[in-house]
Each structure stands twice: as structure tokens, then as C-alpha cells.
Design a protein around this ligand. Structure first.
Ligand SMILES: Nc1ncnc2c1ncn2[C@@H]1O[C@H](COP(=O)(O)OP(=O)(O)OP(=O)(O)O)[C@@H](O)[C@H]1O
Ligand SMILES: [Zn+2]
Length: 740
């Protein structure tokens, strides 16, 4: 004991308390000091229960030094340590990093990690039954009881329901036998570990290109240490086949290795999970927003204790508590769905790469239409590139034809042009399938009054209402507001005057059914396919050829293999080109190539038709000429000359509030405090395109900096100079994707 301390002790002063910094999954604060009571041991990463005001909350003992700002006398004590594996240093480091990058409080990022709150509670398993080792000597045996005893198996516990079903009796009979002592009750593990994937099951025979790509990726995996590699392959080239071999290599290299495969959307997961199971002989741990809380709890727990080695999930799977993550694959890396749009506004692809870089493991990004960000990284040598230049097997890429809608317009109140009608008729006659693609849900995007011209809007918002015929309602796609379609115009009172303008998928399906009355027409959109089961059944029918015409939004654009699909027609290829969005052209190009990529994936050749009013637009021209690289190079040049991402950094700062005057005043205060520095430009405030949403007004600033400048530091300095009133909310979006 140091001398000074000894002296204090003699003087009777209390020993300083042992402190720990605890981070709570809450927006406020950066972590608080707590006292560790005598006899309790709290290690870094331990989940602890601590008091917060009148409540008790679960937090994590963070590695930081306690800050000592609260005097001992006021320090509250840790209540207890949970019996769960500690959060690894890697995950804690990742939380810190994401928070700093996204200019977000650390607690909010920790909340992403702790989203499956129930995983930390003691779960009770279901009761199950096995034959008793020493059954009672005097047991009244009925026919039914005999059946149950015959069905029961030692070493294979079954629930009352399972056992009753096998024996063809009611559960009461099973329980009666347990009561009588002829069956023994055991508790099932509520969260069983996942069967380990077997990387050594034989994969498919690979083409030469595929085998070369597998060798290149496997080498990165074996090299251990960070690398980022773009797996750049045309649609249908077998990228999935290839990266699954890289996954196998990572699993093989380390018995405890965990691998994460990120997918942009849940609609993709079901067929994908079957593919995984076929390859590795065991299902992967799936993670997405549509899961039950029990399924969530199981995955979370098993990821935390290493009992889940292969995770397939949506973007939030990045925040599971891995203990030994060794590889991340980001499939369809260009997808905008990787960007989170509330809470912490992170981009899962970028965070995946950051995680690999910080923790020293490889990351594979797969796409047929890579993002400009990734391409720039490849060009500058930071990322590697592995290519698959052609489709697998005999399949060829579809040929693409642009229909100039000025020359071949559709009939009035119709949306399909004569060339598309003609080709569809031929294709259907051959017994093949057609996809009509239009990225617009509902029946009509706009509803107008024919008498007074009133356009139906959502109350308190600057958004138009979309007509849905399925439900016969008018729906706001931004706020979810909906109302029955009124009989009379709310503005002028005219009856039956509200008419739909323009097509949505429901209207195109209506036209298709009228034109081809014998065809089986179905709609694939988030309205018709609201849960994974519905998506699965629709995809299965399409694959089996039980649908002739699929009218689809973007939900069906990616990842699917429909062997009978030979014609893909984009009803409005120009949609998405309008609007001043930085990424409008890039995104339109990507989604149309993905949709086109659904055609002709098996033996029969496919074709693509794009209806366009501006066939000379660079995006449409690039699609028609299949000149992806030319288009992307031109886009990159454009971004470079303007200093936009990936050649500069961008962040949005959105102010919102219900009090418009206060909001404007705050915006002006921010203007006064705008940082002036070399390489920093600030634009705004400008009203957000949806200025009024649910009664809330929104204005935005855009901050653009040179690449060498940290946009986070600029934002931090700026915001620290201004005190925001409590009625105004401020959201920071680093690398914004959504400009609405
Ligand atoms: N080596 C192989 N042996 C057998 N079938 C293969 C092989 N490679 C690919 N395929 C088949 O070709 C089709 C396309 O493969 P896959 O889905 O992996 O391509 P992809 O490049 O991921 O496509 P997309 O980018 O369009 O989603 C699938 O039906 C797949 O089963
Ligand atoms: Zn009217």
C-alpha cells in the first residue's frame, strides 16, 4: 500500500471505492461511473444491472477508465452481474467506432447490440417427457396409455403435444402418465445451439472462372488479416456459389470461427437459407426484423457463446455479440437497403468493412452492379477485385431493347406499349413467363379531382396519397397514414370526381389481366407480400411456373432464379431518373440491371424491354448497350469533378420541429456558427423535399468536405457552438443516401 494511502487509513478516511464505467443502452450520456460493492467482481464487457433514477437497467461494464467525476459519496452501486458471456473487446471497440463515425451517442449504438433484451434474462425451457427409469409397479394401463409409452423414447425428450400426436391421444393422457410416474419430466434447452456447419460437404462442381475466383478469395481468407475484395460478377454468374466457398474456407481455418453473410432484404433470405443448408448440412442462424422474440433470443445468445457459427442476416446482424468473427460477406453490396434510416444512420456495408479493418479479417463485397464508392476503392487500390465475367452454364445475358414511348405510345389509359404487348403475347404462347416491373406500389400514385383539380394529400404532410384498390384506401407511403377513398371531393364536394392518375402495380396487373384473360397474373409488392411466408409461397409458385405474368416492384428485383422467366419489361424505366438525388442515375442503373438479370437464367434465352420517354439518357443508353463500365466511369468522373462522394465527404444535418418559427430561428443560429475552413462547404438551410411531415417541419443543411477533412470533426465543432432549443430536433446523417 502506498504511504499516502496508509496515512489516510490511519486518519480514518474511507478507502476510495472501486469504480467501473457502465455504458447504458440509452441516448443520454457516454457512460456513468458506478461503485463496485465489496465481494463483487466486474470485468470488462460484463453485463451489469445498475440503478438509474428509480429504475434498474442493464448496461455493460465498458473498458474505459472510470472518469471519477462523481464523488464517492454520491456514487451508486452496481446491483449485480448477469450470468452471460461478457461483450467482447472487439464488439465494444466497434460500438465506440460506429458512434464516432455516425456522430451518435455511444449508448444508442449499444442499443443496437442489446436489441434482443430478453436474451439476457433466464429463459425457461418447455417441459418434455422421457420414459421413467423406474416406472411404478402398479400402473393402470389403458390402450391410450400403452400407445404413449410405446411412443416415448429414452434420450429423446418430446413435449406433451409431440408425444400426444405420435401416440394419437390427447395431451391429458401424457400428463396423466407423468403424474403417475411412468414418464419423467425434463426441461428442454430453450435456446439450443445451432448445428455446426460442415464446410467439407462437397460443393457444386465449379466452372473454371468460378474456381479461379474461389482460389482468389480463399487466399484472402487464409491470409487472415484485413482485406476488402469486390466479387464483381454479372447476374447469374454464380457469385453466391463462389462466396459460399470462401465461407467454407473461413469455417475450416478455425474451429471456432464465426462468419456473417449480410443480405439486403428479408425477401431474399428464405431460398437463400435453403441454399446454405444444402451446402453446409445445417441451417444458418438467420437474423432479420421479422423474427419472433424467441428466435431472436436464441440467435443472440448463441452468437454470444459461439454456438452459432454461421449467421445470415439483414444489416442489424452486424451488431450481434460475436466472439470470434472471421469473415463478413456483404451480398448485393450496392443496395440502398444497407443504409439504416432511423436511429443510428449507419451504412452496413461501410461498417462491415470498418469492422474487418479494425479487427483484422477479410470482407467480401458481392455485386453485379457495384456501388461507385466500392469501385473508387478498387480503382485506388484499397479493395481487391475478383471477376466473374459470364453467366454460369449455357445461360447468356439477356438482350436489351429500348421502346421509345414517343414513337410507340400505349393507348389512352393504358400503360403497355404495342411492342411489349406483342412480345408478351408471343412469350405466353410459348408457355414462358413475363415480369412486368414497375417500382410503384398501389393502383395509382396520384388521385386528382376532375372538377377542381384538387390533388389528394395526407393531412399535416406535403405528401400525395396513393390509391390502393386491394384495400380501397388512399395511403401515404411516407407516414403510413391511410383513409377510405371518399365518395366526394373534400375540396369542392363533387361526387365521383376523384380519379386515379398514372399507374401503380395494381393498375398494370389490371391491364395485363384484361389483355390476357387466361394468364395467371400476380402482384409482388410489399402490400401483397407482407411476411416471409407469403413471399416464399409466391416465389415458389413463380419458380414452379404457376404464374404467367408477375407484376413486381423492386421487392422482386434481386437474387431470384425463375427458370421459366424469359421476358422482363420495365413499364417506366425513367422512373427514378428525375429528382436531384445524387445517386438517382446510379440507383436507376443498378435496379434496372438487377431486374433485367432475372431474365433467361436457365437454358432459354431471355430478353429485356425498357419503356422510356428519354431513350438518349446515359442510363438508358448504357443499359441498352450493356456498357456498365462506360456508364460507371462517366458517373465517377462527374462525382470527381464536383468533389462529391466517393471523392469528397458529405453529411446532412436535419433540423425538425413542430414550431416553424422556432425552427427557422434555430436554423439561423446555425448559419451564424457555420464553420469556415479550407475544404469545407456548407449549404442550407433548405426546406427538405417533404418539408411538412405529420405536422413536423424539416430543414436541412448539407456539409461537403474534402476527403482529407474529417466531416465528423467539422460537425462536432459546429454543433458545439450552438445551443439547440429542446423543441428542435437535430439529426446528423453522415454519408446520406436519402435526400427526401
Ligand atoms: N457451379 C455451379 N453449378 C451448378 N449451378 C450453378 C453453379 N453456379 C451457379 N449455378 C446456378 O446458377 C444460378 C445463378 O447463380 P447465383 O445465384 O449464385 O448467381 P449470382 O451471381 O449470385 O446471381 P445474381 O447476382 O443475379 O443474384 C443459380 O441457379 C445457381 O444455382
Ligand atoms: Zn374537387
Amino acid at each position: 500500500m502506498p504511504a499516502a494511502q496508509a496515512f489516510l487509513d490511519i486518519a480514518g478516511a474511507p478507502e476510495p471505492k472501486v469504480r467501473v464505467k457502465v455504458l447504458l443502452p440509452l441516448p443520454a450520456g457516454n457512460g456513468y461511473d458506478y461503485a463496485v460493492p465489496d465481494g463483487m467482481i466486474v470485468g470488462p464487457g460484463d453485463f451489469v444491472v445498475v440503478p438509474l433514477g428509480p429504475r434498474k437497467v442493464i448496461g455493460v461494464a465498458w473498458g474505459d477508465e472510470a472518469d471519477g467525476s462523481v464523488p464517492d459519496a454520491k456514487l451508486k452501486e452496481v446491483v449485480g452481474v448477469l450470468d452471460a458471456p461478457p461483450l467482447s473487446a472487439d464488439v465494444r471497440d466497434f460500438v465506440d467506432w460506429v458512434a464516432a463515425y455516425c456522430v451518435s451517442p455511444r449508448g444508442v449504438v449499444l442499443r443496437l447490440v442489446m436489441r434482443s433484451g430478453s436474451a439476457l434474462e433466464k429463459a425457461r425451457g418447455k417441459s418434455a417427457f422421457v420414459p421413467a427409469e423406474s416406472p411404478p409397479l402398479e400402473l393402470k394401463l389403458t390402450e391410450k396409455r400403452r400407445a404413449v409409452l410405446k411412443a416415448a423414447r429414452p434420450g429423446r425428450p418430446m413435449t406433451a403435444a409431440q408425444l400426444a400426436k405420435r401416440a394419437g391421444v390427447t395431451e391429458a393422457v401424457v400428463r396423466g402418465l407423468a403424474q403417475a410416474g411412468a414418464l419423467r419430466v425434463v426441461e428442454l434447452d430453450p435456446d439450443p445451439a445451432f448445428d455446426p456447419p460442415d464446410p467439407d460437404l462437397p460443393g457444386r462442381a465449379l466452372s473454371d472462372d468460378q474456381a479461379a475466383a474461389v482460389r482468389a478469395l480463399s487466399q484472402k481468407v487464409r491470409a487472415s488479416g484485413f482485406s476488402a475484395t469486390l466479387l464483381d460478377g454479372v447476374t447469374g454468374s454464380g457469385k453466391t456459389e463462389v462466396y459460399l466457398e470462401a465461407v467454407a474456407e473461413a469455417l475450416r481455418a478455425d474451429e471456432g470461427a464465426q462468419v456473417l453473410v449480410l443480405l439486403p432484404e428479408i425477401a431474399l433470405t428464405l431460398p437463400f437459407l435453403e441454399r446454405i443448408e444444402a451446402r453446409f448440412g445445417a441451417p444458418a442462424a438467420a437474423w432479420h426484423s421479422g423474427m419472433t422474440s424467441a428466435a431472436r433470443r436464441r440467435v443472440w445468445k448463441r452468437v454470444a457463446d459461439g454456438g452459432a457459427r454461421l449467421v445470415v442476416g439483414a444489416r442489424s446482424a452486424l451488431f450481434l455479440p460475436y466472439t470470434n468473427l472471421k469473415l463478413i460477406v456483404v451480398d448485393e453490396e450496392h443496395e440502398a437497403a444497407y443504409k439504416q434510416h432511423d436511429g443510428v444512420l449507419y451504412h452496413a456495408r461501410d461498417m462491415a468493412v470498418a469492422r474487418g479493418a479494425r479487427q483484422g479479417f477479410p470482407v467480401v463485397l458481392a455485386s453485379a452492379t457495384p456501388s461507385l464508392e466500392t469501385l473508387a476503392n478498387v480503382e485506388e487500390g484499397r479493395y481487391g477485385r475478383v471477376e466473374l465475367p459470364s453467366r454460369f452454364g449455357p445461360a447468356e445475358l439477356p438482350d436489351t431493347q429500348v421502346v421509345d414511348m414517343r414513337a410507340s405510345p400505349p393507348d389512352k389509359q393504358r400503360w403497355l406499349s404495342p411492342p411489349i404487348v406483342e412480345r408478351t403475347t408471343e412469350v405466353l404462347r410459348r408457355g414462358e413467363q413475363v415480369m412486368l416491373y414497375l417500382n410503384r406500389r398501389g393502383y395509382a400514385p396520384v388521385v386528382l379531382c376532375r372538377k377542381c383539380g384538387e390533388r389528394m394529400c395526407a393531412p399535416d404532410s406535403d405528401t400525395w396519397l396513393v390509391e390502393h384498390r386491394y384495400t380501397n384506401r388512399l395511403v401515404c407511403h411516407h407516414t403510413g397514414f391511410s383513409m377510405p377513398k371518399p365518395e366526394a371531393c373534400p375540396h369542392c364536394g363533387a361526387h365521383d370526381s376523384l380519379s386515379p392518375c398514372g399507374p401503380g402495380v395494381e393498375r398494370v396487373a389490371e391491364e395485363a389481366q384484361e389483355r390476357w384473360p387466361d394468364a395467371r397474373v400476380e402482384i409482388f409488392s410489399s402490400d401483397t407480400v407482407q411476411h416471409a411466408g407469403a413471399a416464399r409461397s409466391l416465389l415458389e409458385r413463380m419458380t414452379a411456373g404457376e404464374i404467367d405474368i408477375l407484376v413486381a416492384t423492386q421487392a422482386a428485383a434481386k437474387g431470384h432464379n425463375f427458370p421459366g422467366l424469359t421476358l422482363v419489361a420495365a413499364v417506366d424505366a425513367d422512373l427514378g431518373l428525375a429528382g436531384g438525388d445524387l445517386r438517382a442515375a446510379e440507383r436507376t442503373y443498378q435496379v434496372l440491371s438487377q431486374v433485367s438479370g432475372r431474365a433467361g437464367r436457365a437454358e432459354k434465352p431471355g430478353s429485356v424491354m425498357l419503356q422510356s420517354y428519354q431513350p438518349e439518357h446515359p442510363v438508358i443508353r448504357a443499359l441498352a448497350g450493356q456498357d456498365r463500365d462506360g456508364f460507371l466511369a462517366a458517373e465517377l468522373d462527374g462525382r470527381r469533378s464536383l468533389g462529391f462522394p466517393p471523392y469528397g465527404r458529405l453529411a446532412a444535418l436535419v433540423l425538425s420541429g413542430e414550431n416553424e418559427a422556432k425552427l427557422m430561428e434555430t436554423a439561423q443560429t446555425l448559419v451564424q456558427a457555420v464553420p469556415h475552413a479550407d475544404g469545407v462547404e456548407v449549404w442550407g438551410p433548405a426546406p427538405a423535399p417533404l418539408y411538412r411531415l405529420r405536422g413536423t417541419y424539416r430543414v436541412r443543411f448539407l456539409v461537403k468536405t474534402a476527403r482529407r477533412v474529417s466531416v465528423q470533426n467539422v460537425l462536432g465543432a459546429w454543433l458545439s457552438r450552438v445551443k439547440l432549443p429542446s423543441s428542435v430536433r437535430c439529426t446528423v446523417d453522415v454519408d446520406p443516401y436519402n435526400f427526401s
